[in-house]
Design a protein around this ligand. Sequence first.
Ligand code: KG4
Ligand code: ZN
Length: 340
Amino acid sequence: MYILGIETSCDDTCAAVLKDDRILSNVISGQTDLHQQWGGVVPDIAKRAHQERIDPVVKLALRRAKVTINQIDLIAATRGPGLGIALAVGLNYAKDLAKKYKKPIVAVNHVEGHLLSVFLKNSRGNPQFTPVFPVLGLTVSGGHTKIVLLENIGDYHVVGETLDDAAGEALDKSAKLLGLGYPGGPVIEQVAKGGDIHFLKLPSPLPEKVNFNLSFSGLKTSFYYQIKDWTVDKKMKHLSDLAASFQNSVFDHLERKFSLIIDEYKPLSLLASGGVLANTLLRARLRQLARRKHLPLYLPYSKKLNTDNATMIALAGYHQFNQSGPSDVNNIDISPRFEL
Ligand code: KG4
Ligand code: ZN
């Protein structure tokens, strides 16, 4: 089955073609250059850029996959969660395409896409493995931080989530405080290398053992108050130590809660995905955690599949279609707060 995936939930215009769970093409037109000067994503700018780019991006994805629109068996587009006016561009484009070419369509959950991204395969069908359920999944990006028990594909229970900021959002905000620009996660990762993780003492959020939720706003506030009166020179002198301290506190918190929930729910395997998992250190820490717990850990086979893309939307759509059939093209709409 050939699936065309479309994703425009934030600031990347994405289209991809899959043959079942194999990636034939993956096109991402990022907008970082447009939003950087504003220190974050500006919804109107994102919307306009998606409108300009969606058609060429979809055509390029089809061309790279060597597939025509007539050969496509299913169109999958993101319904939410995300920025409403950005989501609408991708979903409306997908609906028009489905009507024009009489193709079935499914509207899928972006977070489900991130969770399933670990099961994507390259065009030759690698990596080959059969996931063992139940899987406990940690998915961490700029918009969400969730720990989800997957009883099977399509059967999900959120067992822990952030009560305030997402982990990626916290990294983005700390980078802004350090004058490092947007998006902050990748810059913090670079700058933190070689820095002293104990340089600042930051709190350990929600320390109680019975609390499975996460919280990042206290970390951010403590970081802000500790450096707010510092001169630019002083911040520059200790940039690496500041970035390392903050990043380490975020990862400590993620790892501590994930470990607690593993012990409570006793899954048979683990997965981790989402933009923040593009971070090499976090991936290494979770690999070590999985070894200590004697559990397999699934990560997307390429780092590029952690950040927003349409291959994960196509895969979530493929499974949704196989389990429950198509959505009603005349009755689907965006859902900016779509729950898993
Ligand atoms: O999944 P994603 O592309 O979009 C959302 O669904 O939010 O995630 C973007 C988030 C941003 O907060 C960004 O700073 C973070 O992922 N991120 C990283 C890295 N690359 C992206 N965080 C830490 N280290 C990275 N290398
Ligand atoms: Zn995302």
